[in-house]
Design a protein around this ligand. Structure first.
Ligand SMILES: [Zn+2]
Ligand SMILES: [Zn+2]
Length: 448
């Protein structure tokens, strides 16, 4: 049997079409209702039986959830058409029961084989309107003002769907078969590393997990890295100070200034010591508080994050940040709270698995040409990734995991309003994912 998947020009066009549909209707973390329904529709048309939202996760385990108001507003919006994109089907929305994300198994009667994890959320970024921005030029700019697929997760979904279609085609044509099951996990809320924790039970006990990203450390179409090292462990947290309002001139001594406390805490976070055993990062990305010019501010809050590699550097920074907040609250007569809004550990790709994936990548060709011009076994990254939580779960259970990078020319950096990637990466990624799945869970080798 020749298990090499064959990508037709027609499927390559469909993959780009999927990407552009997702790009036009971006939804941020935990609000991916339309996106989940669209994925369910496409996978259902392929003859698969996806499970959605509350059918796969415990709703109470979701971190960094938007307010009920936001969730219900987006849910109503998702059911409506937008441009020429039909609204989410009522049947899917009711099955989601307020929670997003999707899981679908190929060959579910077989023993667990490979989990392919793909993220689905967008960012709260206002997409560029510049005529030079390709989504503007080619008519697929975001239709939801203030939300944008500015990280490439729209491409990840399109690549994963393409890979599923390729695997199904191979099986239907008798060119391959699965001896183990394959689980596609479409994960919500990757940004802010909020989503993976609630999906941990879905990968527990699985022997192999693959995840990946477009671009990042490989801003070059045709490059591929079979694994990464160096991902930061991170903690995202919200700090709130509560004090007492008072007249700013008549009786300032009766107030307790929450905004001043928050400002002191922001500076204290930036003054945390360096750590001798690794690298750390600190960022306070948003600060708000007070009610007016002449009122001692009774309330202030900020959103912050720390990162570290190895894990102990992150743990150290987070513990010191909490201590600083508590000390400043005490000194200023304030109440303070620190609420965890997202968390991911660091995880390294397994060398043996990365080497195997690199060999697969090197052997891929399309239209008589190599799919990847440059293949690395490992690349170093300087980001955090929610997938690390799932990778660690699989690795701690004795399995293997790898995080791949699909190189692409980038129009601007990730999360920027004019971010865009080269769509040539989509076909390459779909071929690679399908080939990896067929190799790891296919007939040629039942040992993972
Ligand atoms: Zn991102
Ligand atoms: Zn991303």
């Amino acid at each position: 049997m020749d298990a090499k998947p064959v990508l037709t020009p027609e499927l390559a066009r469909r993959i780009v079409g999927w990407r552009r549909d997702f790009h036009r209707r971006p939804e941020t973390g935990w609000t991916e209702f339309w996106t989940t329904a669209r994925l369910a529709g496409i996978l259902g048309d392929m003859g698969l039986a996806p499970r959605l939202g509350a059918e796969i996760l415990d709703k109470s385990s979701r971190m960094g959830l938007p307010s009920e108001d936001v969730l219900s507003r987006v849910l109503v919006e998702a059911a409506r058409p937008l441009g020429d994109l039909a609204g989410a089907r009522a049947e899917f929305l009711s099955r989601m029961d307020g929670a997003t994300g999707l899981c679908v198994d190929l060959a579910p009667d077989k023993a667990p084989g490979v989990v392919l994890r793909c993220d689905i959320d967008a960012l709260p970024v206002r997409e560029s309107r510049k005529p030079s921005h390709r989504p503007v030029r080619e008519g697929f700019r975001s239709l939801r003002e203030g939300a944008m697929h500015a990280c490439g997760h729209d491409g990840h979904m399109a690549m994963a769907l393409g890979a599923v279609q390729l695997v199904l085609d191979q099986i239907a044509q008798g060119r391959a078969k699965l001896t183990r099951s394959v689980r596609l996990l479409f994960q919500p809320a990757e940004e802010g590393v909020r989503g993976a924790l609630s999906l941990v039970p879905l990968v527990r006990g699985w022997p192999c997990l693959l995840a990946g990203h477009i671009g990042l450390a490989l801003p070059e179409t045709g490059a591929f890295a079979a694994g990464v090292s160096g991902a930061f462990a991170t903690a995202k947290f919200n700090v709130a100070f509560r004090g007492r309002e008072a007249h700013a001139a008549q009786a300032p001594e009766e107030g307790a200034d929450a905004l001043k406390g928050a400002c002191e805490a922001v500076l204290a976070l930036h003054a945390l010591p360096r750590h001798s055993r690794g690298e750390g990062r600190v960022c306070v990305g948003r600060l708000e508080g007070g009610s007016g010019r002449n009122v001692v501010p009774g309330f202030a809050r900020f959103e912050a994050e720390v990162r570290g590699r190895p894990q102990e550097v992150c743990d150290f920074l987070f513990a010191r940040a909490k201590a600083a907040v508590e000390g400043i609250a005490l000194a200023n007569g304030l109440d303070a709270s620190v609420e965890l809004a997202g968390q991911a550990g660091s995880a390294e790709s397994d060398g043996e698995l990365s080497a195997r994936l690199a060999r697969i990548a090197e052997g891929l060709s399309w239209d008589g040409r190599p799919v990847f011009g440059r293949v690395l076994e490992q690349a170093r990254v300087s980001v955090s990734e929610d997938a690390c939580t799932l990778m660690r779960e699989v690795q701690q259970g004795g399995g293997h995991a790898s995080y791949m990078l699909f190189g692409s020319d980038l129009a601007a950096g990730h999360h920027a309003p004019d971010f865009d990637f080269d769509e040539a990466v989509l076909a390459k990624g779909a071929l690679m994912l399908a080939s990896a799945v067929l190799d790891l869970a296919g007939s040629r080798d039942s040992r993972l």
